[in-house]
Design a protein around this ligand. Structure first.
Ligand code: KG4
Ligand code: ZN
Length: 326
């Protein structure tokens, strides 16, 4: 079965053909990151307009074989951006008379790490770290999740982007903060990770972000201070993730960890997990599937169609927020 995946949740317009949930036949992405740079974050209205311009050429380029079904990222995301993809997907569903299936974008991020491996190991821990989401989940099978911890304020990628802006780096700041941190001393600024008293397994990054701002106001920031600040921020955020992941896997017989989301490209994060869990198989999404893409939507769409045995109705709606365990 060849599934066409369509992705328009945020600032990337993506279309991809995937055979039987694994074999990527095409994977086309048009990013609008260039127009958001000067705003230090995604400007929703501009992202929507760019989706409108890009969506048909991107799909056309991806159509390298006949399509059996259409998978659409129905959320979470920006409502206007989601609507562009959804309307096009419904149009193709009607015109081609092929099943339509709605996909949870964050679930697809975790699927990206499963996509490249032959044998799945469940129950597993899912670690999702992106620009819009941060959570730990128990994965019992594809489609069966139990939320173990999530952020109560900023997503971790968002915190990286905001710290990047404070340091004078362009959007998205995450990869640039990582580069800057390489030359820095992670112990120079003793930041504390966010604590959520009522839910100790949850994350909070807004306090850490403010601590970075105060540190910048207190000291004169030369090049080395900036490197130390980036390294200290990154180390505090990642040590917190590793610590909470460790607590999470104590609650069930975890067989592996599957990672998803743009922040999991970070080499320092990968090293910290390898050090902390030397005996556990760790599965990272391939580099081309770490950031937003439509291949992960098409791949997961195949499994959802097999599980549900039918497509979604034409009344399928976009959803700006969807918890992972629904
Ligand atoms: O998964 P993604 O493409 O989009 C969402 O669904 O949110 O993730 C984008 C996020 C941005 O916040 C970006 O700064 C961050 O991932 N990111 C990184 C790195 N590469 C991307 N953060 C830290 N280190 C990186 N190397
Ligand atoms: Zn994403």
């Amino acid at each position: 079965m060849i599934v066409l995946g369509i992705e328009t949740t945020c600032d990337e317009t993506g279309a991809s053909l995937v055979r039987n949930g694994r074999e990527i036949l095409s994977n086309v992405i048009a990013s609008s990151a260039d127009i958001h740079e000067k705003y230090g974050g995604v400007f929703p209205e501009l992202a929507c307009r760019r989706h409108l311009e890009s969506i048909l050429p991107v799909i056309q380029e991806a159509l390298v074989a006949p399509v059996d079904a259409i998978a659409i990222a129905r959320g979470p995301g920006l409502v206007g951006a989601l609507l562009v993809g959804m309307q096009v997907a419904k149009g193709l569903h009607i015109a081609w008379k092929k099943p339509l299936i709605g996909i949870n974008h964050v679930e697809a991020h975790l699927y990206a790490a499963l996509m490249g491996t032959e044998e799945w190991r469940f129950p597993a821990l899912g670690v999702l770290l992106s620009g819009g989401h941060t959570f730990l989940t128990k994965i019992s099978s594809v489609g069966s999740y139990e939320l173990l911890g999530t952020t109560v304020d900023d997503a971790i990628g968002e915190a990286f982007d905001k710290v990047g802006t404070m340091l004078g780096l362009s959007y998205p700041g995450g990869p640039k903060v990582e580069l800057l941190a390489r030359g820095g001393d992670p112990k120079r600024f003793p930041f504390s990770p966010g604590r959520v008293k009522t839910h100790p397994q949850h994350f909070s990054f807004s306090g850490l972000k403010t601590a970075v701002l105060y540190a910048m106001q207190k000291e004169k920031m030369g090049e080395q201070e900036k490197r130390d600040l980036a390294a200290s921020f990154q180390e505090t955020a990642f040590t917190d993730v590793v610590h909470k992941a460790k607590k999470a896997i104590e609650t069930f017989p975890c067989q592996a960890i599957y990672f998803g989301g743009g922040v999991t490209c970070n080499e320092r994060l990968r090293l910290l997990f390898k050090k902390e869990f030397p005996d556990l198989p760790l599965f990272w999404p391939p580099k081309n599937l770490s950031l937003d893409n439509a291949a992960m939507i098409a791949g997961l769409g195949y499994h959802k169609l097999l599980i549900k045995q039918e497509g979604d109705p034409l009344s399928l709606e976009v959803q700006t927020r969807i918890p992972i365990d629904l």
